[in-house]
Structure formats: C-alpha cells, structure tokens
Design a protein around this ligand. Structure first.
Ligand SMILES: [Mg+2]
Length: 335
C-alpha cells in the first residue's frame, strides 16, 4: 500500500496546523499551500489523492481554484473537499458543487466526520491506483503474449518446413510432392488440363559415391537439386526429391512440347555444372536421365499411372545412353 498525497490549502497557517493534526497518519503525506495560485502549481507537480480546499482566501478563492482544476486535463479528476467557515446557505453549497466539488465540510471540523470522509477518498484513490497498475501489467502481458504468438508462428513455420522439405537439398520431400500431385491431379480433372511429370535420376550415382565418397555424393545431390530447381522456372512447377538420387518435377497445365523444353533445360543445367564424375562410362561429368509423361487426368486413371509412365520413360532414357530424356505417351495397362 503506497503513500497517498493530500494537498491542504488555507490562507491561515493555524488552520493548516489543525488539518495536519487531524491527518497525522503514516500512510498520508501532506503538501501545504497558503494560496490558490500556489495550490494550482502544486496540483500540476504531484499526483494527489485529494485536495482539501479553503473557500475563503484573499486573491483567488477556493471556487476559482476548483474551476481552474476542472479545466485542466491533469487535475480535473482530483477529488476536492471544500472547507468553509460560514454560509451554510443552500445557494453557497450549490455553487461549490457546480465548480466540481465532491464534498463540503464546515468549520469547526468534526474530527470523526472529517477523518471518515478523507478515509473514503483515500480508499478510492488506492483502488484507482491499483487499477492503473493492473492495466499496466495487462498491457505488459499483452506485449509478452504477442511475442509468444510470434514465436509460436515461427516455430510452426519451421516445423512445417521440416515436415515438407528434404533436409539435404531443401527441395520438397516425397510426402509433400504427393500432396501437390493429388491437388494438381484433381485440378486437372476439373479443368480438363494436361499435367506433365518429369522423373530424373543422376546417372551412375552409386559409382560416383563409391569413387568420390559419400560427402562428395551429398554435395553432388545438392548441386543437382539447385540446378534443376533453378531451371524449372514457373512458380507452379514443383521440384521434389523423391528418392536417393531421384527427383521429380511436376508441371501443371503443360503439354508434351513444353515438358520437353523443360527437360532439355534441366539436362543441360546439370551437365553445365561440370561436376567431374570419375566412374561414369558415358560422360566425364555428372549427368541426369529424364523420363517425361503427360496426361490429362480422367476418371479412368490415377496419379500412379502418370508416375509409372514417366518412370518407363526414365528407364528408356537410361537404356538409350543416359544424359538424355525420353517421352512416353502411352499409358501402361494397370494390372
Ligand atoms: Mg480562509
């Protein structure tokens, strides 16, 4: 419980002494003023719980002080108790309330009444103070909550990346590829639009690993991944690592002609890397073979048919010398 400050204002020092003796409490701090002008200045410098204001003062009287306090944003909510020696007339009391007084006491002060009224205002001030503190704490909590929310979103994003991408190459993983494949297949089914699929495989990769070591093998996978994702330029094209040295590129709304162009670009991008391959019987550097297939999704086929057709193309590209691509158009019969 903090100290409550009370401003006592009276032009007569002996009256101030009386007030001081009545308010001699450890949790009350008294600030004195002997004129209206001095009182106004002090209300701007302190946070008062209450002002005890003498009505009759030379110069600026209590009513004027109260009016000026009500006109100022910082002081308009400070409670005021007018203290007056005379004029119990109703009209006078009314004048005090108009200027914003919240209470009125008459001299000589009744000790019990006086102390209980002051006590009520101090209590109110403490409530208000506690509310202000709580509001500040809540504001702080809100800031913390927003920070936590932000962290949660970042963590979720990291988790999402971890679950959808391949750790080594940063490409989409097989699971995410299947999700895209499903989505695009259904889109193609609705829009009667062709989908092309490229399946890629690094030529003689096992021999590469055996000759250059697994660390070099990982580097090779990363370089190839970078080259092919760089060469598949449309943002709708999805590049994924679907096996050890196998990659897939899904090309929505792409006719065979377009798919061949992309395949050739990918093939050249990898051979242009010029990564020496010490164990390839067909080339001095790392190359890829690509199988191409295009289908317009219909209800007689499923995604696997397109995948298997592209895989047959890949097999054929391997058979016919590697570092090449091969288009398969016929759909294999589904057993
Ligand atoms: Mg006076």
């Amino acid at each position: 419980m903090g100290i409550a400050k009370i401003l006592i204002v009276d032009d007569r020092p002996e009256n101030l002494l009386t007030l001081e003796s009545l308010l001699d409490e450890p949790d009350i701090e008294l600030v004195r003023a002997t004129s209206g002008v001095e009182a106004l200045g002090l209300t701007l410098d302190h946070d008062f719980a209450l002002v005890l204001l003498d009505v009759q003062m030379p110069g600026m009287d209590g009513y004027e002080v109260a009016e000026l306090m009500r006109g100022n944003k910082k002081t308009k909510h400070i409670p005021i108790i007018f203290i007056t020696a005379a004029f119990r007339a109703e009209a006078q009391v009314f004048k005090g309330y108009e200027s914003g007084a919240v209470d009125y006491l008459f001299k000589p002060l009744d000790e019990k009444v006086f102390q209980s009224k002051v006590g009520v205002f101090i209590e109110l001030f403490r409530h208000k103070d506690a509310l202000r503190k709580k509001t500040r704490e809540l504001d702080q909590k809100l800031v913390e909550l927003e920070e936590l929310q932000q962290q949660l979103e970042e963590t979720n994003e990291q988790l999402r990346l971890l679950s959808t991408t391949d750790g080594l190459t940063g490409l989409y993983n097989k699971r995410e590829f299947d999700t895209f494949f499903d989505m695009e297949w259904r889109r193609g089914l609705r829009g009667r639009a062709p989908i092309s699929l490229l399946l890629l495989d690094i030529d003689f990769f096992k021999a590469y690993n055996d000759t250059h070591g697994h660390a070099a093998g990982d580097d090779c996978l990363k370089m190839v991944a970078f080259a092919i994702s760089d060469a598949a330029r449309r943002h709708t094209d999805k590049v994924a690592r679907v096996g050890g040295e196998e990659f897939a590129v899904l090309l929505p709304e792409t006719e065979p002609e377009g798919a061949r162009h992309v395949a050739e670009r990918l093939r050249r991008a990898v051979s242009d890397l010029n990564v020496p391959h010490g164990a390839s019987p067909t080339a001095a550097c790392v190359t890829i073979s690509i199988g191409i297939a295009t289908m317009t999704p219909d209800l007689q086929h499923v995604q696997r048919d397109l995948f298997e057709t592209a895989d047959a193309g890949l097999y054929q590209a391997k058979e016919t010398g590697r570092n090449s691509w091969c288009v398969r158009t016929s759909v294999p019969i589904v057993a």
